[in-house]
Design a protein around this ligand. Structure first.
Ligand code: FES
Ligand SMILES: [Fe+2]
Length: 424
């Protein structure tokens, strides 16, 4: 396994001196009061990714998103001008949830010319304007132009739809994303439209799952049984070292060298991988996506397997060298639970063989992710015991240190600004 030099001035962690090297507390994952602060300090202030434009293929396409962390449900819709808009999913008449199917708490998607409330049939256009009121003459001085749907700040970057619940966002979406993420502009996200989606409720704090995907150091150990014994033994002995870590504002990146399954001997890979020409790292035969933007593999690691970009607070874009990408979302539902979403995006398959190769990559990914989730529930339960509250992080866990520090910084900032307002 290739070894890479550390940055010139010592370790990765010491490269970012603000992070320190001391043990860290996980109280931020076990304390209900801290979670209440995170909801206001982070999830009501940061830009949050809720989906992609391919989910809204034409005028009138919409989907809803349940966002318990900010205590609302939203409708994301493509209007008649072709723009993407977001609204709180509540009827202005008596507060019914406007868009839902069979079960009010479940997300839904579809196509419509307007939204009609199931309760008394008030109707709203795709721009949220109130267009029809049942028995309008029975109301008192009703000015329909004042009773449109309540908008949510919404912007699109490279086909990713973001919303922001602040009254006025402190930064534009692009400013918030910053140079490391915007350097991905030009990656062919819009061409990778073969989409596979998993969703799971995990009984662990949202940050614990982010932590599991911002270091790969656990992979040879926790996931040892996912690979043939010969490979697993060699991997565990070699240990893991990432060739590159980077931090930019609230966001993080780890690049890895990856495993070239197709170059391994047949005892080190599974028979199904040989037959399907695919596995965890994706289909072995890669689509031609043309030249990559500078933001992909920015440290020019060679060999290069993947880049995992962790966008604060709860969104990950993982770009694989094999010409596909996946995203993770972690939507908190309480201090010790969240909804995990994993979505894989490939080029549209051109043959049954390509379709099967994608399916094996998707199924393999799910197996790994479930193994991580299972471990996290065990971790959460013991962190909550409170027996220990100083945990050791090694140099391969530098990004974990940053996430917890960044979270604390947003919460402190919020505490300070609300204290200032109260003191005025
Ligand atoms: S609550 Fe929507 S029309 Fe009455
Ligand atoms: Fe894992």
């Amino acid at each position: 396994m290739a070894r890479f030099p550390k940055p010139p001035e010592g370790s990765w962690t010491q490269h970012y001196p603000d992070l320190g090297t001391e043990p860290v507390s996980y109280e931020d994952c076990a304390n209900p009061e801290f979670y209440e602060l995170e909801r206001k300090a982070i999830f009501r202030r940061a830009w949050l990714n809720v989906g992609r434009v391919e989910q809204l293929p034409r005028k009138g396409s919409y989907f809803t998103k349940e966002l318990k962390v900010v205590n609302t449900s939203i409708i994301v819709v493509r209007n008649n001008a072709g723009e993407v808009k977001a609204f709180h999913n509540i009827c202005r008449h008596r507060g019914n949830k406007l868009v839902w199917n069979e079960l009010p708490q479940e997300e839904t998607s579809g196509f419509c010319k307007q939204f009609t409330c199931k309760y008394h049939a008030w109707r709203y256009g795709l721009d949220g304007n109130l267009t029809f009121v049942q028995q309008e003459e029975e109301f008192f001085d009703l000015d329909k132009s004042r009773y449109g749907l309540v908008p949510v700040h919404c912007d699109v970057w490279e086909g990713f739809i973001f919303v922001n619940f602040a009254r006025e966002p402190e930064q534009s979406l692009r400013e918030f994303l910053g140079p490391m993420i915007t350097a991905l502009e030009g990656y062919p996200f819009g061409k990778l439209t073969s989409r596979w989606y998993y969703r799971s409720e995990v009984k662990a704090n949202w940050k614990l799952y982010m932590d599991a995907f911002q270091e790969f150091y656990h992979a040879p150990i926790l996931h040892a049984n996912q690979t043939p014994t010969k490979f697993a033994k060699a991997a565990a002995e070699a240990g893991f070292e990432a060739p590159h870590y980077r931090i930019d504002g609230p966001h993080r990146l780890v690049s890895t060298s990856g495993v070239r399954n197709w170059e391994l001997d047949s005892e080190s890979r599974k028979r199904v991988e040989e037959i399907c020409r695919s596995g965890l790292f994706g289909p072995w035969d890669q689509p031609d996506l043309g030249p990559m933007p500078d933001g992909v593999n920015p440290a020019k690691c060679d060999p290069w397997g993947l880049d995992s970009f962790q966008l604060f607070p709860n969104f990950t874009i993982l770009i694989w060298s094999q010409g596909w990408y996946l995203t993770y979302h972690y939507w908190p539902t309480s201090y010790n639970s969240h909804i995990f979403e994993g979505t894989l995006y490939f080029a549209p398959p051109r043959s049954p063989r390509e379709r099967i190769a994608q399916e094996l990559a998707a199924a393999t990914f799910k197996e790994y992710a479930l193994q991580d989730a299972n471990t996290l529930e065990a971790t959460q339960s013991m962190i909550e015991s409170g027996v220990i509250d100083d945990f050791l992080l090694c140099d391969q866990e530098v990004l974990i240190r940053h996430l917890h520090k960044e979270t604390a910084a947003w919460v402190d900032d919020y505490r300070r600004s609300t204290a200032e307002v109260a003191a005025r």
